[in-house]
Design a protein around this ligand. Sequence first.
Ligand code: KG4
Ligand code: ZN
Length: 337
Amino acid sequence: MQDTVILGIETSCDETAAALFRGPEMIHHITATQLVHTSYGGVVPEYASREHNKLLGPVVRGVIEQADMSLSDVEGIAVTQGPGLAGSLLVGLSYAKGLALGLDIPLYGINHIEGHIFANFIGQETLPTPFLCLLVSGGHTQLIHVENARDYTLIGQTRDDAAGEAFDKVARLLGIGYPGGPLIDKMSKQGNSRFHHFPRSSFEGSYDFSFSGLKTNVLQYISKQDSEFIKLHLPDIAASFQEAVVDVLSMQTMKAARDLGHDRIVLAGGVAANSRLRERMVELANEHEKILYQPDMRYCTDNAAMIAYMGYWKAGSQGSDPLDIAAVPNLKLSFGG
Ligand code: KG4
Ligand code: ZN
């Protein structure tokens, strides 16, 4: 079981990805980012499914060939079951079912969110639970108490936009382009984060977040300036916005860690790739003597390595799934506690 070769497949949004694992170790992975969406300023679901359909075969073949292996070496298939775009999930799931049936090997339906959380521990046979997780992606902003790989408690969450969504929307407002998060991150390196103080949201007695007011603030701020000023200070405005997001995320996380007595903090999701968030969390973790886990940059945004790794865990704990499992576009973590 420990050395089972698992092929992971991820097609929940606009990355077509495959990864090959032996036990908890990655052998090889490929992530093909769909470029078709760039000119639309966001993911077009219909195009995403078509691209997955076109790219998935070559990506899977590529990962197997580059690992110097053959399809018959694969002993299990792990595939994202949700959450994600319905049509995109279906492409990956149907492909995975076909392979599982053809090769007569087990199928593991994986929750994409669990993939993000545990991507921090790829390569490891044990998980340093319990911990507090800040999950920040395009669709999620949540603080989660993770007791173990099946037992989660929601501590706080966004009341409106997700952090990644805020990055993407503000990038669009500023005319920076798509995808917004990485572009704002890059541009902010040239800017002054103290140029303008955007308000930080907070809720008394709660660990919740809110980012839609901040987005409106950026809109109001730029609508009062002339276009020359905005052009000149674009990096400063981007950096000031980013600082506000990072402040809110990091302060709420540290507050929850302190109040709930967590020593370990885990960052997860696409926004965990943000260089300023990573830097700030390292500073705060050192200051408050917390152990901080940040995913390797390769595993922050959507990838199949995290799916294959969850397949390894599922194979060892819960077992395989039937071939009639459905794609679940709004799949959630099951919160107990
Ligand atoms: O986890 P992910 O790849 O997909 C979802 O499951 O949502 O996250 C994508 C989100 C996007 O909103 C993207 O703008 C954001 O993560 N993102 C970043 C950075 N890299 C990706 N946000 C801020 N800074 C980054 N460096
Ligand atoms: Zn994701």
